[in-house]
Design a protein around this ligand. Structure first.
Ligand SMILES: Nc1ncnc2c1ncn2[C@@H]1O[C@H](COP(=O)(O)OP(=O)(O)O)[C@@H](O)[C@H]1O
Ligand SMILES: [Mg+2]
Length: 396
């Protein structure tokens, strides 16, 4: 599954200690090409530090077209931002420091996951009409996914002529029911027994009404139900909802699960959240790299900084420079958020004039194509894609 490209015996042996003694090693690019051609199950090439960068970049460019499912992880003695940028542009999945065996193992696992998914061939299903599906995602918990999705759904539903469905796809630890104080009489779990005969009527019977034009599909009460909710069932549910509502807002778990990848396939917009701390920012970069590797269209990527006014030492400009994308929106930090949640309400409902409400309404205005409500963001441009820069691993 993994092959090492290494010119020296010593370097090859060190990698085998980390990746397993049976991992094949090839000493030249020519032999690598032969090896990969013979073994169609090969999913990953680890390029040792002594291999010249130009060789690594050429290989990455070649395989990006010839074998998109084959990942390349580059190992370097030192991580430099310039190299990271060039590497990502060439199509290398991750760059790892030579002395970080744990990160190398983690990078190989991530790459194998991406390869597995690419081999599954993902169709773009987002053109299914009629509604617009907005997926709220961050690979780290606590960034504000549930806050943003509940407030966004509430704001979208303030137009009485539009129908809105909020979906709690955090299948194990979903807390939309608690955040909106809804009685979970029916949940996604009820879809399990209906999955072979699930039609629009069946899907609608699973919804809980929150407002006249705002319905909610709640997460299972029992976290162990997650294993029965297959990606196909998830897709059926989302597809049915997208065909029935003007807007579908999906609250995600903090991970790239198979189920949430189906939501990425169907969604028209991805709201990708981060907060102003380095672990969140690092996870945002990994997220962007994964979306790129999976071929999820860039036009759908919308980076949102939540708690943007927190004095954390990381600024909006830092975020922008670090990811190489403009920030779509920023939502200020405010105690009004937990206070509203503790009352089972959204800030949008409870505090119509609050800056958090203004930020959410600005996002809505941009998403539904009415820029009148947009709020300019100081210190970071918005919405236009600058240059691709995905710094992975431990650097920057
Ligand atoms: N803008 C904000 N200002 C202050 N607190 C916030 C803000 N956004 C989220 N929070 C709080 O942070 C915590 C995590 O938010 P939550 O939406 O549950 O994150 P996630 O769904 O990503 O795990 C909650 O207690 C929430 O009230
Ligand atoms: Mg949540």
């Amino acid at each position: 599954m993994t092959v090492i490209l290494s010119e020296t015996q010593a370097s090859a042996e060190r990698f085998r200690l980390t990746l397993g003694a049976e991992t094949p090693v090839v000493p030249t690019p020519r032999e690598l090409l032969d090896h990969v051609e013979k073994d169609e199950h090969e999913l990953l090439v680890v390029v040792a530090p002594e291999v010249p960068l130009t060789v690594a970049f050429e290989l990455a460019k070649h395989y990006r077209l010839a074998r998109p499912a084959l990942g390349i992880v580059l190992v370097r003695q030192r991580l430099e931002v310039g190299v990271l940028t060039q590497a990502m542009q060439a199509g290398i999945r991750e760059v790892v420091a030579a002395d970080d065996a744990a990160e190398l193992l983690a990078a190989t696992r991530r790459s194998e996951q991406v390869s597995g998914t690419l081999n599954d061939k993902r169709p773009d299903l987002s053109s299914i009409k009629r509604g617009q599906m907005i997926l709220v995602f961050s690979a780290k918990g606590g960034c504000g996914k549930t806050t943003v999705s509940t407030n966004l759904a509430e704001a979208l539903a303030s137009d009485p002529s539009k129908s809105v469905c909020l979906v709690d796809f955090d299948l194990q630890f979903g807390d939309v029911a608690v955040a909106l104080q809804l009685e979970p009489a029916k949940t996604i779990s009820d879809a399990i027994r209906m999955q072979h005969s699930l039609d629009i009527q069946g899907i609608k019977s699973l919804l809980t009404q929150h407002k006249p034009n705002l319905q909610v599909l709640l997460a299972p009460l029992d976290p162990s139900d997650v294993e029965f909710i297959t990606p196909d069932l998830a897709q059926k549910l989302l597809r049915g909802l997208k065909e029935s509502f003007d807007y579908v807002v999906v609250d995600a778990p903090p991970a790239f699960t198979e189920v949430i990848l189906r939501a990425f396939d169907l969604a028209d917009q991805y709201l990708l959240l981060t907060t102003l701390d380095t672990p969140s920012l690092k996870n945002l970069k990994v997220t962007l790299g994964t979306l790129q590797a999976l071929g999820m269209p860039r036009s759908k990527w919308k980076v949102i900084v939540n708690r943007s006014t927190a004095k954390a030492g990381v600024t909006l400009t830092d975020v922008r420079n670090s990811i190489g994308l403009d920030i779509f929106a920023a939502i200020p930090a405010s105690d009004a958020v937990p206070i509203a949640t503790n009352k089972g309400k959204t800030v949008v409902e409870l505090n119509p004039k609050h800056p958090v409400t203004a930020a959410i309404r600005g996002i809505v205005a941009d998403l539904v194509g009415d820029s009148a409500g947009a709020v300019p963001i100081k210190g970071a441009g918005r919405a236009s894609v600058k240059k691709p820069l995905f710094a992975f691993g431990k650097a920057s």
